[in-house]
Write a protein that binds this ligand. Sequence first.
Ligand code: DX5
Ligand code: ZN
Length: 220
Amino acid sequence: MMKIEIAPSILSADFARLGEEVREAEAAGADRIHVDVMDGRFVPNLTMGVVVVEALRRVTRLPLEVHLMIVEPERFLEAFARAGADLLIVHPEATPHAHRAIQQIKELGVRAGLAVNPATPLAWFEDLLPELDQALLMTVNPGFGGQRFLEQSLPRLERLRAMRDRLNPACRIEVDGGINPETAPRVVQAGAEVLVAGSSVFNARASVAENLNALRRSLA
Ligand code: DX5
Ligand code: ZN
């Protein structure tokens, strides 16, 4: 079995100490850093953009995956690629041209991911999976950290996993939203291989290292 990767989402980090938080996650064995870009239109929240990815590129060697929750993500793919993104994830609900966006990402020399919201039919993946490096199943409605895991995600994940095994075994399956030591083993059981975790990693209850260890232990 492939190694299960953990991708801390900096959305829940202390932005006044962002560099330190990311270094701490790297030292504690995080596999990637997940960057949530929101535009106040595709989702009801505003977060960060290209300059933050540039700054993160200077403080960590970990792969940076950029989750674009913005309308018409095509407009910014090149800028995020130049800023140092290793993986760019777009939503098909946010563009009339998801396939073109995926192709543009690959032409930029960056890995390509597609993310779908909880109400979006998995049929999107049927056509696009052969082109993808990563398939992201949202396990909450995107927009905010700290939301509760949607239980109906589990059967969807099983279906996505079967689709992936059939259409593109090299594509990795990621989940995002409500992942903690209770839900992590369940999503892995259902087929997830990359786990995004925000509020369960960056919070005041324990150190980043302790939180990451708790997540890893839950998978053992
Ligand atoms: C939600 C974002 C997530 C978020 C996850 O819209 O895409 O990446 O940071 O946060 P948690 O892990 O707290 O649910
Ligand atoms: Zn995300």
